[in-house]
Design a protein around this ligand. Structure first.
Ligand code: MRU
Length: 365
């Protein structure tokens, strides 16, 4: 996607040094565009935990490159053993998004099939790039499939503006490129369909206000940032035509974990008869589990993310305490929207209903 007219991905290998991985440090957006160099597994681990990179697809791709960097730093005689330990470490950085685990497992398969360290460096590098490229390609196809849904609403409204509500950032910043929930929106906008996006600010890290709004602004898509609790009111007043969110892990029965607060939007959408779609690459399905509420691990993050807010004051980034310091806080990163509240999944293969039978038929027929 473009930043000030220049194409960017969210992660890439340094053009002059293949042992450096470069990322956009998302903690600094929308105020500054900082490109950060990652040179070790510690850097990768830190970038994922502290959310320099975030979003299911992107943390998967970052872990893939992390395994490659770990191989580069390994020794010939013990590389396989060392890398199993690194794999476990990376898998535990963020527990909810399943893409992270798949990326590490794919790299471990490659590592186990290699005979020499030199071969392993070559092959994990190309696998990391493959994981990243696949992520971008899947998101592009999600856009093509989701476009049809937006077009249908636009046709029904005789070309009037289609109002789309989204939560968190399931945009290109959450993946390697294009995004999941935003990919159909960008295509609709590019093809001349009138769209407007309601962007949930998404407390506590404000990925909606800081990242989704910035992305949409860069692409010239009309949007309005709203406090998290506004969606229900807008829906009751006919101001939302469709909700599209992303997902961090979806079970084979169609329960979807996404950023905390998504479930409440799905309930409000159901009550107001508004289609609620989840856009995701198939790498976000967890084929091993069915019951999302019981089986998806929900990350709990540092309470300071709730107690303090970041922002700009007089052009300087500042942190503000926004509550009594001694009050306790809870910071669950995700919630699970049961399949019964989801109209359908927009995937790289097409649109699929949210039930165990449809998902099975759709992916394994
Ligand atoms: O905590 P984050 O920012 O990594 O949250 C993940 C997300 O980006 C959202 O839940 C998003 O909607 C999922 S789409 C990758």
């Amino acid at each position: 996607m473009n930043i000030n007219g220049k194409p960017h991905r969210t992660i890439w290998i340094h053009p002059d040094n293949s042992e450096i991985i470069q990322i956009i440090d998302q903690r600094k957006l929308p105020f500054k565009l900082i490109i950060e160099d990652l040179i070790s597994v510690d850097d990768i681990e830190n970038a994922i935990v502290d959310m320099h990179v975030r979003g299911a697809g992107l943390i998967g791709a970052t872990a893939g490159f992390g395994m490659y960097l770990a191989v580069c730093k390994s020794s010939e005689d013990s590389f396989k053993k060392e890398l199993m330990v690194v794999g476990e470490r990376l898998k535990n950085t963020r527990p909810t998004a399943v893409n992270l685990q798949y990326a590490v497992e794919r790299q471990i398969e490659v590592i186990n099939s290699c005979n020499t360290l030199a071969q392993c460096i070559r092959e994990t590098r190309s696998k990391a790039q493959e994981i990243a490229d696949e992520d971008a390609a899947m998101c592009k196809s999600i856009g093509e499939h989701g476009l049809g849904i937006i077009k249908e609403i636009s046709d029904k409204k005789k070309g009037e503006i289609v109002n789309i509500l989204t939560h968190c950032n399931a945009g290109w910043l959450a993946f390697v490129d294009y995004g999941s929930a935003t990919s159909p929106i960008y295509l609709a906008h590019d093809s001349g369909i009138k769209v407007h996006v309601w962007v949930d600010e998404t407390r506590p890290r404000n990925q909606g206000a800081r990242l989704t709004a910035w992305e949409l602004l860069m692409h010239g898509v009309s949007h309005t940032v709203i406090p998290d609790n506004t969606g229900g009111h807008l829906m009751q007043h006919g101001l939302v035509d469709i909700v599209i969110t992303g997902a961090d892990r979806v079970t084979k029965a169609g329960d979807a974990a996404n950023k905390i607060g998504t479930y409440l939007k799905a309930l409000a959408a159901k009550d107001n008869n508004i289609p609620f779609y989840v856009a995701l690459p198939s790498s976000t399905f967890d084929w091993k589990i069915s019951d999302g509420i019981k089986e998806i691990p929900i990350e709990q993050r540092d309470g300071n993310e709730v107690k303090y807010m970041d922002g700009l004051l007089d052009k300087v980034e500042q942190k503000f305490l926004i509550m009594p310091e001694k009050s306790s806080v809870a910071n669950y990163g995700f919630d699970v929207t049961p399949a019964r509240l989801i109209t359908g999944f927009i995937t790289e293969r097409g649109i699929c209903s949210a039930s165990a039978e449809s998902i099975h038929h759709f992916f394994f027929r």
